[in-house]
Design a protein around this ligand. Structure first.
Ligand SMILES: *Cc1c(COP(=O)(O)O)cnc(C)c1O
Length: 393
């Protein structure tokens, strides 16, 4: 069996090199083969490089239209977007927010910035995102309905909201999660940072909750160098988000007047220029990523390594391709050997419940998250250079 794994790793390395060429193969690197240079130069020449400029509103408009949301508010990064969404939904010191243990640290950090405590629950083995079953179980076990909201029987704190995440671009069971949140009166904020271009039954991820959040960090599906976006259908939430991300400045031609403590969280125009050019390549990027995924699915077919296809009833952007090894030893061997060959594979993030700053937070035991932590690896998922304009290959 180990021989088979060794052979598979060797063949995998050959196949990755055939796709990406010689040299280090990154996990996910951006590709600038559209109008990126032109748009960034336009921003520079216009002198609008900072938090005012036409590229920002253009970028907001195309994202709102693409995902099917009424409003989009651009931010400096996805973490800032999550922070502001949390504040607007009344998440504050003394309250709690349910999220998943298997996520990037930004999800938990954004909750902690408000002073609230995260509670970590399990993910589903197929979607890798928050499990509605685990959410339901947690609420039935610990939540108590009171006239002004629901309270955690263990801690006495009010549970305000739920923040599920669409892991590696794979849509989680967001409809079920949304139903549960409605039933218990919980706010729903979707961390869709990784899932631009991912749909569940034709509806874009991020559009099911009070707010959805995207990220345009350098490793995401498209990038502005940095950047984030809040989306919502609610006029009043959108207005608050716009206000809170722009130092709460009251609109006026020349006066500077601010009516609350707020944030300098607006996306700079120079980043929006880059992101806008990237957005124009989004459907080409998604098509190439889909072809890469089907290559790896076929490749791993008869091997001891399992390639994870998009969850049933969903369309994934295949942001980071994901495989499962048979056990922890096999996963460690895979990571060691591929990285030794300069192929940047990596394990699942350390679970939030294992990080020192979140170690004391309540969790539900996390059996699936722990099982996945032992076996999961991400494999290089960049769009190969030249493939956006070279047509099918
Ligand atoms: C990237 C990411 C974020 C944060 O985005 P930044 O733009 O890097 O701040 C939040 N949550 C998840 C799950 C992410 O992957």
């Amino acid at each position: 069996m180990l021989k088979t794994l060794h052979d598979t790793i060797d063949n995998f390395a050959d196949s990755a090199k055939a796709i990406y060429g010689a040299g280090v193969i990154d996990l996910h690197r951006p590709l600038f083969e559209g109008d990126e240079r032109q748009y960034v130069l336009e921003a520079i020449d216009s002198t609008y490089v900072s938090s005012v400029g036409p590229h920002i509103s253009d970028f907001e408009a195309v994202i709102a239209q693409y995902v099917g949301a009424k409003h989009a508010i651009a931010t400096v990064n996805g973490t800032a977007a999550l922070h502001v969404a949390s504040l607007i939904k009344g998440i504050e010191r003394g309250t709690e927010v349910i999220t998943q243990a298997a996520t990037f640290v930004a999800t938990a950090n954004a909750i902690a910035y408000t002073g609230a405590q995260p509670v970590f629950i399990d993910v589903d083995l197929d979607t890798l995102g928050m499990s509605p079953t685990a959410l339901n179980e947690f609420l039935i076990t610990w939540a108590e309905r009171k006239p002004n909201g629901i309270y955690n029987r263990l801690t006495g704190a009010q549970i305000k909201a739920c923040i599920p995440m669409h892991t590696f671009g794979r849509p989680c069971r967001i409809r079920e999660i949304s139903d549960i949140c409605n039933d218990w009166g919980l706010s729903l904020i979707e961390d869709a940072a990784e899932s631009l271009g991912s749909f569940t039954r034709k509806v874009h991820t991020g559009t099911f909750g009070d707010f959805g959040v995207f990220s345009f960090n350098g490793n995401k599906v498209i990038t502005g160098g940095g950047g984030g976006m809040l989306i919502t259908d609610d006029d009043s939430l959108a207005k608050k988000a716009r206000h809170l991300t722009t130092t709460a400045k009251k609109p006026h031609p020349y006066n500077f007047d601010h009516d609350q403590i707020a944030f300098n969280y607006r996306m700079p125009n120079i980043n929006a220029a880059l992101a806008l050019a990237q957005f124009e390549k989004l459907s080409a990027i998604l098509a190439v990523k889909r072809r890469l995924a089907s290559h790896w699915k076929a490749f791993f077919g008869e091997t001891p390594i399992t390639f994870l296809e998009e969850p049933e009833d969903t369309e994934s952007n295949y942001w980071l391709n994901t495989v499962l090894l048979e056990d922890e030893a096999a996963k460690d061997l895979f990571l060691r050997d591929t990285n030794a060959k300069e192929i940047r594979t990596r394990p699942l993030w350390n679970l939030m419940s294992d990080l020192p700053m979140y170690h004391q937070c309540q969790n539900d035991g996390l059996p699936n998250s722990k099982w996945l932590k032992q076996r999961l690896a991400n494999i290089p998922s960049s769009v190969p250079s030249g493939s956006l304009c070279a047509g099918d290959r």
